[in-house]
Design a protein around this ligand. Structure first.
Ligand SMILES: Nc1ncnc2c1ncn2[C@@H]1O[C@H](COP(=O)(O)OP(=O)(O)OP(=O)(O)O)[C@@H](O)[C@H]1O
Ligand SMILES: [Mg+2]
Length: 257
């Protein structure tokens, strides 16, 4: 099987705090995977290690066949990363932002022009190119950020909570775009707090206190554990995990904090 991501025992410690505790999974190329988990679970930390921007404390991972420890630059060239707090320039237009990111990805001349035209059309920004980013709604900003992440035709797109705080209609449009990209062969890793989005993924990873407490296809996991919906499934896995960890008692008692 052609794997887009293969990680074994990934650990990240910040001082004495362990944010990611031995995460292992294998994601086939061409699939959409969702990370789901509460605030502080370790999703962004995990994503940043897979992007080659944060060095794991322990464990190993290959992304698109390249080692995160020894070949991070190879990975960065081949992935599109839309970070949780993505950075667009508010005082520049949509096109100027694309120009800037084309430079970041070292796209020049004819190639840069073609790639910009391609993403502008692909993401539906034709009518918006001269608009200042500051004047766009949250949903449109998200789409511009996606366009920037796609400029260099990445094989793997990594999106960290791309739809947080966006209205339901914009979320749906964004999700449809992601699915179209996957149909065209792109592998996608997305973190989300929205279970309706998670339900559309081919694979889900539930992240809790730095652990990957479950990994698999949403439908298969629901069937295996006899749960009707992903909320119940997530709570079921958390309670299993929580049974011998005193930090998690609050959750067992009904709290999520
Ligand atoms: N650079 C850092 N130094 C110290 N602690 C950090 C650092 N980065 C993250 N952490 C801690 O690691 C834990 C996991 O954080 P992370 O941002 O990965 O969670 P998350 O699942 O992405 O949360 P959210 O849903 O809020 O985005 C948190 O407790 C966070 O405070
Ligand atoms: Mg995060």
């Amino acid at each position: 099987m052609n794997l887009a991501i293969d990680c074994q025992g990934l650990v990240k410690r910040f001082g004495t705090y362990t944010a990611v505790q031995g995460v292992s999974f294998q994601l086939p190329a061409g699939a959409i995977m969702g990370f789901v988990g509460p605030n502080g679970a370790g999703k962004t930390t995990l994503i940043r290690m897979l992007c080659g921007v944060l060095v794991p404390t322990e464990g190993r991972a290959t992304v698109l066949g390249y080692d995160v420890l020894t070949q991070p630059e190879e990975i960065k060239q081949r992935i599109g990363y839309m970070s949780q707090k993505f950075s667009l320039y508010d005082d520049l237009t949509v096109r100027e932002n694309l120009d800037f990111y084309a430079g970041v990805y070292s796209l020049q001349g004819k190639m840069a022009k073609e790639q910009k035209t391609r993403v502008i059309e692909r993401i539906g920004l034709v009518e918006r190119t001269s608009q200042l980013v500051s004047s766009l709604s949250g949903g449109w900003k998200q789409r511009v950020a996606l366009a920037c992440a796609l400029l260099h035709s990445p094989q793997l797109l990594i999106l960290d909570e791309p739809t947080a705080g966006v209205d339901p209609v914009s979320r749906r449009i964004f999700l449809d775009l992601i699915h179209q990209l996957a149909k065209e062969g792109m592998t996608i890793l997305v973190s989300t707090h929205y279970m309706d989005e998670a339900a559309t993924c081919d694979y889900l990873g539930f992240v809790f206190y730095g652990h990957l407490i479950a990994f698999g296809s949403p439908d298969e996991m629901k069937e295996k554990e006899a749960k009707d919906n992903l909320d119940d499934l997530f709570i079921y896995y958390v309670e299993n995990e929580a049974s011998d960890d005193p930090r998690n008692l609050a959750l067992k008692k009904g709290g999520r904090g």
